[in-house]
Design a protein around this ligand. Sequence first.
Ligand code: SF4
Length: 446
Amino acid sequence: MARHANIAFFIPHLGCPHRCAFCSQRTISGEEAAAAPETVRAELEAAFARELDPASTEIAFFGGSFTCLPRERMEEYLAAAAPYVRRGQCAGIRVSTRPDGIDGEILALLARYGVTAIELGAQSLDDRVLARNGRGHSAADVWEASRRIRAFPGAPFSLGLQIMTGLDGEDAESRSRTREGVLAIRPDTLRIYPTVVLEGTVLAERLRAGTYHPPGVAETAAFLAPMLAEYEAAGIRIIRVGLHASAKVERAVIGGAYHPAMRELCEAARFRRRMETLLAGIPPGEAAVAVHPRALSRAVGQKKENLRWAESCGYRLRLVPDSGVELDGLCLLFPEKAEIRVLRPEERTGSDCYEFALPHAFPGGHWNADSFLLPDGDAGIGRLAPCLEQVFPQFAWYGPQKVPLSAWARVEALAREDAGLAGFFAFVRRWLEGRRGEDFFWILGI
Ligand code: SF4
């Protein structure tokens, strides 16, 4: 049977105008020197001597700034690969490069040799973060290169973006700017690389000097979980989360978010978010939730962390495999019906809902990843309405309502008779742990 294969060549640092603060391409690729064009030719010949599935085989040049290579060298690589595309032996050629390494002439050259996919190392869409990490290009370069790739006559290229999280200087706002930019550019593919601090880089020096504090694995998984959902909902195919694991990388890691199964951790965090909102709708006790059999391990989480979390919240949770459930879904089996429906922003399907926002999230836009939502009606905010109106006679149903924690305690006390809401109030207490010392939150009628 013909086999799927990606025939990848790493071109570390060749063509790269400088060193970014995080970069140690030789460690990441595991290659000390770039493959010479003759080596590429020989390896391609050997690879295609096997029976490969043309539709799912790609030749890829990764690891550097391909279009910044000396022209002659770039054409030698492309000339080695092009015959296999022309003869229909593979689906195409994929290259990765810097956003400022793209112009009309380069694109015409790539198209001539049969390049079908271009991945741009965008890393961030915040100029401050780009500058702080020595990228040498701006966010505008990313937008412009993406536009040119998309607009090239005949649309021969698929557009990929590579972004990083946890770079020096990144905060929730810059992360959100990058997220919004990615959603607006809507690349065909996306690779997400949480920053891993490697020995020998500028970031390693800053880490040691105590001027840079990269987010770790758990924090990264928590903020990436809702982003993955949003990107996928926008039709963006996420083809990688985290560096390829290798002994060489592991030896060089001195900080940041390295985990050999980073994507699985993020997926487990996604299920945990869904579990949190699903269980918030029912009182603590027995619960059974159906999950697609292929998603079972992600729902359980690494070392059963999601089940242990449910237990710590008072739920004896049983996960029941059911192929009728969507691959990334959860369906409540017992009790049969939630008392109240709680959603995360990435789960919303319409806008008739009330956003519960932490103080740092508002003003500053809606659908913050830290927020949760209650829909309109009896299975949502309507269930709380009588208590809210007793505590706030002028409750701002159509605008931001500031909710001091002392007032919320009165709402909770008034609702105590409604035993079905016990899970919801416990959920809100846990959610409020995410605030940064403030003594209020917002309810935003939208
Ligand atoms: S442009 Fe790419 S290859 Fe060059 S230093 Fe930066 S990350 Fe490394």
